[in-house]
Design a protein around this ligand. Structure first.
Ligand SMILES: NC(=O)c1ccc[n+]([C@@H]2O[C@H](COP(=O)([O-])OP(=O)(O)OC[C@H]3O[C@@H](n4cnc5c(N)ncnc54)[C@H](O)[C@@H]3O)[C@@H](O)[C@H]2O)c1
Length: 337
């Protein structure tokens, strides 16, 4: 890409779009030049906050804007596939929030559209940019805990859950699993070297009395091609969580690693060693530094003409696992992948 500045258009100006806009302010050579959101007040306020020149009512206007090279899609889940495919067809690079799509067929169509148009497609699995997650991934890769045989990870909100479109089946396409479980699924894959899943079993339910159309509970069991077995827990409104979002416990034949709290325990049963680095204080658990690094990767991939990571492949794999989770639970059977 030869242009000096990458022109970015925002599709959706809600909660998470603010994190992406703050992130882009720290990315040299990227400039937000347009935003669209159906609600006028919201889009004008967003444009004012981030000094954006053009605020539109619809995505069609963003896609017709020649100053827009790439879009950041942060809309309700059910809109992701259609908006991504429209943006790619218009020749724009796309960053789309998780979950990338409601169905495997839609996710495949998105990946196909990016390939045909030769445009970047990135999916918002931002835990891969967390410095503590990266420390654990690097420790695992260098063999600090030996061969991993099992993991447990969490995507749970304790005493809280989202409302609005998140609890509407048609707009969200799923509940706690599509919203929070997917973070735990992707973080697990990232930390154990992105293996393919072999089989999935799950319980999915609605138990807390706080939502009706979608799930508030998921317990997922995944066997991976590299021999690791994972349990993944998802929830909204649970009275307790054993770890915050993306917290993961990894058990190896040479030790144990934990993400949140973050440390690596090696050595032998007779004499354990522990590495517990001093990380910068997090302003919040979902800390801005990972959203900033995520946008840096998006801009760098566009500039270098390469696929961003995590991209369509990672998003599609997570979509497959989420879909298998729902199928396994509905049909009370193990789903082979
Ligand atoms: N990675 C993360 O940490 C993280 C955190 C929160 C949300 N998310 C994801 O981001 C997405 C948005 O979530 P949110 O919390 O920002 O929701 P939100 O409700 O705060 O924002 C969504 C925005 O999209 C707008 N919108 C609706 N239809 C639109 C359309 N056709 N065109 C343009 N804009 C439209 C809404 O008016 C709203 O402003 C979801 O997919 C969610 O799963 C990711």
């Amino acid at each position: 890409m030869s242009k000096e500045n990458i022109g970015i258009g925002f599709v959706g100006a809600g909660y998470i779009a603010h994190a992406h806009a703050r992130a882009l302010a720290a990315v040299p050579g990227a400039r937000i030049c347009a935003v669209c959101n159906p609600g006028e007040e919201k889009r004008l306020a967003f444009a004012r906050t981030f000094g954006i020149a053009r605020a539109y009512a619809s995505i069609a206007e963003v896609l017709a804007d020649p100053t827009v090279d790439a879009v950041v899609i942060s809309t309700p889940n059910a809109l992701h596939a259609e908006q991504t495919i429209a943006a790619l067809a218009a020749g724009k690079h796309v960053f789309v929030e998780k979950p990338m799509a409601c169905t495997v067929a839609d996710a495949e169509a998105m990946v196909g559209a990016a390939q045909i148009r030769n445009r970047a497609l990135m999916v918002g699995h931002m835990w891969r940019f967390d410095r503590e997650a990266r420390f654990i991934a690097e420790s695992v890769e260098t063999g600090a805990i030996g061969r991993i045989f099992r993991t447990t990870s969490y995507g749970i909100h304790a005493d809280w859950g989202p409302d609005g479109w998140f609890t509407n089946r048609d707009l969200a396409c799923g509940g706690a699993i599509a919203d929070m479980g997917i973070h735990a699924i992707d973080t697990t894959r990232f930390l154990i070297g992105d293996p393919d899943p072999v089989r999935v079993y799950a319980h999915v339910g609605t138990h807390t009395g706080r939502v009706s159309e979608v799930d508030d509970t998921g317990i997922i069991f995944v066997e991976w091609k590299n021999g690791v077995v994972s349990t993944i827990e998802a929830g909204w409104w649970h009275p307790h969580m054993d770890g915050p979002e993306a917290a993961t416990r990894l058990y190896g034949d040479g030790g144990y690693a934990s993400l949140f709290p973050t440390f690596v325990r090696g050595g032998t049963p007779e004499e354990r060693t522990e590495e517990r680095p001093d990380f910068p204080t997090r302003q919040e658990h979902c800390d801005q530094h990972m959203y900033t690094a995520q946008m840096q990767e998006f801009a760098a991939a566009i500039r270098d003409g390469r696929s961003p990571r995590p991209g369509g492949a990672e998003g599609l794999m997570n979509t497959r696992i989420v879909a298998a989770t729902y199928t396994a639970a509905q049909e009370h059977r193990v789903v082979e992948l």
